[in-house]
Write a protein that binds this ligand. Structure first.
Ligand SMILES: C[S@@+](CC[C@H](N)C(=O)[O-])C[C@H]1O[C@@H](n2cnc3c(N)ncnc32)[C@H](O)[C@@H]1O
Length: 333
């Protein structure tokens, strides 16, 4: 009995509280409270006037953002923390504030987890081929900065100097291709994505001023191969969208589009064979079960088997800082 009373609901209470800072961040991004603070501290009333909201309920959010370590306050004057100033001010390079679009979608799906399991169907289904164009545009706007950063990380980690033609398979917003070609001007990239998404991909590339170095091609990579001649292929956040059978088909078709000796980089949430790590991949599977019929974070072992079956030689898997992984594989000569 005494050992039972010694057990406190600490984990339960801390999990129940964990939502508040995340929700404060979301509201702060959505209202863009951070940009007006780029020139120095402001009061609640001044911030409210800058972002065009009534001041009455803004105060509680600002103090919650202090608690969340995104703002600091002194004498009722708020300022950005270093991190908020670096990533949440609209003019900052690598601005992440637009992520509220993808986070809102993800979190409203996660609330349905029990229902998705019970009904054996995703209750916040994400179908890229039928998604209304405005929703898809928001999805790409919300993921662009992250994908661009992933492109930069890729070329920092691996030597891309010998590559000339890159295919960004299911490249979505084109962010990754923009990130890679910014750092490696000798590379011409092509974003391959579903026909319905291509006009939006082009729009995103135009907005980034990257249309001269990044082309687009409409294709369903599950259904068949696409025109080839590439010396490097990147597949970011696509395999986990697909069922295992579709993933295997996509890998076969990518192999056919690569020149012999070409390299493949797969980026995304990939599980250790234990299914217990990396933590981010374990958690992401909760998201996927709410949005994809069969997609999920697959294990390294599954990737190894599928890559071999598709004609690749597995080279390595590394887990990067954000908990996602990079697999490198080679199409032998
Ligand atoms: C989660 S998004 C990832 C986008 C991009 N790679 C990134 O990381 O930002 C998945 C992308 O895969 C595309 N996609 C899904 N199924 C596809 C298929 N069968 N063939 C080609 N593209 C596909 C979607 O249109 C969408 O752009």
């Amino acid at each position: 009995m005494s050992s039972l009373t010694a057990i406190k609901p600490e984990t339960i209470n801390s999990l129940a509280d964990a939502i508040f800072p995340a929700m404060a961040m979301l509201a702060g991004m959505k209202l863009d409270v951070f940009t007006p603070l780029k020139n120095g501290p402001l009061s609640t009333g001044e911030i409210a006037a800058e972002i065009g909201v009534p001041p009455r309920q803004l105060g509680p959010l600002l103090y919650a953002l202090v608690e969340a370590n995104l703002l600091a306050v002194e004498n009722d004057q708020f300022c950005n923390t270093d991190e908020a100033a670096r990533f949440l001010v609209k003019s900052a390079p690598g601005y992440l504030g637009a992520r509220h679009l993808s986070l809102s979608r993800r979190w409203s799906g996660l609330i349905k987890t029990a229902d998705s399991i019970k009904s054996d169907a995703p209750q916040a289904r994400l179908d890229f081929s039928t998604m209304p164009s405005e929703e898809l545009e928001n999805f790409y706007a919300g993921s662009y900065a992250e994908s661009c950063a992933a492109g930069r990380v890729l070329v920092e980690r691996y030597d891309f100097s010998a590559y000339r033609k890159l295919v960004d398979v299911a490249g979505g917003s084109g962010g990754l291709s923009v990130g890679v070609t910014e750092s490696c001007p000798g590379i011409q990239a092509t974003v391959v994505d579903l026909p319905s998404t291509i006009p939006l991909v082009r729009k995103s590339l135009d907005a980034a001023g990257a249309s001269d170095r990044v082309n687009t091609h409409a294709a369903n990579v599950v259904d068949g191969p696409f025109p080839g001649g590439y010396d490097v292929a990147v597949m970011k956040s696509i395999v986990q969208v697909l069922s295992a059978d579709h993933a295997r088909s996509a890998l076969r078709h990518v192999n056919q589009s690569l020149e012999p000796g070409g390299d493949l980089f797969i980026l995304g949430t990939i599980l250790d064979d234990s299914r217990l790590a990396p933590s981010y991949a374990v958690k992401s599977n909760l998201n996927y079960l709410n949005i994809y019929d069969e997609g999920r974070a697959y294990t390294e072992g599954e990737y190894r088997d599928w890559l071999e079956e598709a004609g690749f030689v597995f080279s390595e898997r590394v887990v990067v800082e954000d908990g996602t992984s990079i697999i490198k594989a080679l199409k032998p000569i």
